[in-house]
Design a protein around this ligand. Structure first.
Ligand SMILES: Cc1cc2nc3c(=O)[nH]c(=O)nc-3n(C[C@H](O)[C@H](O)[C@H](O)COP(=O)(O)O)c2cc1C
Length: 145
């Protein structure tokens, strides 16, 4: 099957799990046949501000691909810029898909207003997030048609 331009060999995916789906775990799952694996949820703001702990979460190995990146954050422009940076640089190993975490109930996310869906004007924010992504990724979306 295909998601966008990404070929996926089967429909068995490893769900994103904070604290669990680090690179060694993803490699094991890919080795055992998972068609697609996902990172732990990673803060877009943490990447944006070059947080060292966040950087470590961005390591991926060619053997685990296709690999999706799950981002969380509440600023559409930051989410979009990071998604673009981590998928578009041909000199680096890039993530194949971006998943936006929209409903994480973890206290550290909700308390800091870092969750797109839980924030007050959630409909407006959701719209802004999707508009930003559709604009940034317009070319790759059109390629599939
Ligand atoms: C320990 C743990 C951490 C999780 N972390 C995330 C996360 O960071 N992002 C997310 O979207 N879902 C997270 N989930 C939810 C899973 O991705 C998945 O949707 C959930 O476990 C239901 O899938 P299942 O029915 O196959 O168990 C987490 C689940 C568990 C058990």
């Amino acid at each position: 099957m295909k998601i966008g331009t990404v070929e996926i060999k089967n429909r068995v995916f490893l769900a994103p799990m904070a604290g669990i789906t680090d690179m060694p775990f993803r490699l094991l799952c890919a080795e055992q046949g998972a068609g697609l694996v996902y990172s732990e949820m990673i803060s877009a703001k943490g990447i944006h501000y070059n947080n060292e702990n966040t950087k470590a979460l961005l390591q991926i190995d060619p053997a685990e691909r296709p690999c999706g990146l799950q981002l969380f954050g509440s600023e559409p422009a930051v989410l979009g810029a990071i998604a673009q940076r981590l998928t578009a640089d041909p000199s680096k190993i890039n993530f194949d898909l971006i998943d936006i975490n929209m409903g994480c109930p973890a206290p550290k996310i909700v308390k800091n207003g870092e969750d797109v869906y839980e924030t007050v004007d959630n409909d407006i924010l959701l719209e802004e997030v999707f508009e930003t992504f559709l604009e940034l990724f317009e070319e790759s979306i059109e390629q599939e048609d």
